[in-house]
Design a protein around this ligand. Structure first.
Ligand code: PMV
Length: 390
């Protein structure tokens, strides 16, 4: 049996942030979080897996480079998948003893705060789950790779329940609404920098958990109510409420980073200009048009409705001019002539060129899907092809 399974999996960007673990090994969070899953036709991880009797060791290739399989998180994911398969008796015992080959690629910058590990682990776990024919929810296995990865196992809007049990069995993701519920919810990712982040999310969460009182207050007194409110806003498609909570939660997460000791900072002066621009634009429009959110990096994710994309893209291009012809990537977006009166009222003046490297236009999309066109990243011998994702 030489079966190769290939899956593409999405990125997700949180609107209620996960920050802080109650269990480091099992990756159990101190609070619930909520995210939107983004369209895999624009940004995705792609992973091929196969298991063979002739393989002598588990091997993995990431973005064209062989990496060590002796990575605790990777090992935990593979072990859990095999345990589950054994419990479910989904494949025969022989198959479980064979070693695996994994080849994975992202079509966007890794470790720049662009949720690459979320897509990567969701993809790996979903591909292995298909190879081992698992029937049950695999979000708790993806969680062992990277916490936020458990939310990329579903499409649409997703909630990760922190859970209470010490073994983590209730720390799983579930769908708040599927991708067809609010199809005009779009996102613009403003790429400010692609450099690897200085403080990894693991390190940052540890420092915050040990030193930030704001983090504990947030988890106990703020996030529970916000989570309920944003899930309601999503169900009712109430953009104004969704946007307000999203921005407040991003700001509070970055306040926690500053409240940590020693503090660490992910936002740059350009990130702050984007924040000022969005508030000013919403004020001038007299209604909530756009929401920003920032993960552990300087890049902004703007959530907005499809009808507002042309005007917002035009404002961004005006304030952050670019020398690139391919400034807007991903989904098509028209530009419109913006009202001079609006421009004159904005709190931010046009800046020097290329402060924003490029913008990715995308929308809410579906969860991991199996690739059935045969475009595997592994060849028939189970070794990497030089295929590039998308
Ligand atoms: O799953 P990790 O370890 O990459 O942590 C993700 C943390 C944030 O992106 C900042 C927040 C979130 O909920 O995705």
């Amino acid at each position: 049996m030489n079966k190769i399974v290939t899956v593409v999996a999405p990125v997700n960007i949180a609107v209620i942030k996960y920050w802080g673990k109650r269990d480091e090994e099992l990756i159990l969070p101190i609070n619930d979080s909520v995210s939107a899953t983004l369209d895999t036709s624009v940004m995705c991880a792609k992973t091929s897996v196969t298991a063979r009797p002739e393989f002598t060791e588990d091997e993995i290739w990431l973005n064209g480079k062989k990496e060590s399989f002796f990575n605790k998180r990777l090992q935990n994911c593979l072990r859990e998948i095999k345990l589950r398969a054994s419990d479910e008796k989904s494949v025969d015992e022989n198959f479980l003893s064979w070693k695996v080959h994994v080849c994975s690629e992202n079509n966007f910058p890794t470790a720049a705060g662009l949720a690459s590990s979320a897509a990567g682990y969701a993809c790996l776990v979903s591909a292995l789950a298909k190879l081992y024919k698992l029937k049950s929810d695999v979000s708790s296995i993806a969680r062992l790779g990277s916490g936020s990865a458990c939310r990329s196992v579903y499409g649409g809007f997703v909630r990760w329940h922190a859970g209470e049990k010490p073994d983590g069995s209730d720390s799983v993701a579930s769908q708040v609404a599927d991708s067809s519920h609010w199809p005009d919810m779009h996102a613009l990712i403003l790429v400010v920098g692609e450099a690897k982040k200085k403080t990894s999310s693991t390190k940052g969460m540890n420092i915050s958990w040990q030193t930030s009182e704001l983090l504990k207050y947030r988890a106990q007194h703020i996030v529970p109510q916000r989570t309920e409110e944003i899930c309601k806003a999503i169900k009712e498609k109430n953009f104004a409420k969704f946007a307000e909570i999203t921005m407040k939660d991003s700001n509070q997460f970055h306040a926690v980073c500053l409240d940590s000791y020693p503090p660490f900072v992910y936002l740059t002066s350009v990130s702050h200009m984007i924040i000022d621009l969005i508030h000013s634009y919403n004020d001038i429009c007299g209604e909530m048009k756009v929401a920003y959110t920032f993960d552990a990096g300087p890049n902004a994710c703007l959530y907005l409705l499809e009808k507002d994309v042309p005007a917002v893209v035009s404002v961004i291009k005006h304030i952050f001019p670019s020398s690139s012809h391919a400034f807007i990537k991903g989904l098509e977006s028209e530009t419109v002539t913006i009202d001079a009166a609006l421009i004159s009222k904005l709190a931010i003046e046009p800046q020097a060129k290329d402060l924003i490297k490029y913008v990715i236009h995308t929308k809410v999309g579906e969860g991991p899907t199996e690739v059935v066109d045969g475009s595997h990243l592994l060849n028939q011998d189970g070794l990497p092809n030089n295929l590039v994702c998308l």
